[in-house]
Write a protein that binds this ligand. Structure first.
Ligand SMILES: [Zn+2]
Length: 115
């Protein structure tokens, strides 16, 4: 079982994109992390502890579903594999292009009064 502590910003360039010239392993991790952020933040404001990300564990001979969790919108996103126990946290995901929480908050009809 492995634990990963990831800062999303470390995988992005200054414009907030995944760099084209990133190392293949880094790119794999970056696309995994951004997918987790994408799925988990889309569940906002329904903070849940078991969000299906649709991703599969990257570990050899595992391929189990990856579950995401978000206890608090201001905290790192957690993810874990139900089978092998690999897990990690993703910090600095807020404000990235994969962060849906802001978008969803803006779509809230009660906040559209000012128009
Ligand atoms: Zn696994």
């Amino acid at each position: 079982m492995s634990s990963y502590t990831s800062n999303l910003l470390h995988f992005l360039d200054k414009d907030g994109n995944i760099p084209q010239d990133i190392h293949p392993e880094g790119k794999k991790m970056a696309s995994f992390l951004t997918s987790v952020v994408d799925k988990v933040s889309a569940s906002f404001p329904f903070i849940k502890t078991s969000i299906e990300t649709g991703l599969k564990c990257g570990k050899k001979n595992c391929q189990e579903d990856i579950i995401g969790a978000l206890d608090n919108i201001n905290q790192p996103i957690h993810w874990y594999c139900m089978k092998c126990g690999d897990n990690g946290t993703i910090s600095d995901w807020k404000g990235s292009q994969w962060d849906h929480s802001k978008k969803i908050a803006e779509d809230n009809p009660s906040k559209k009064q000012a128009g």
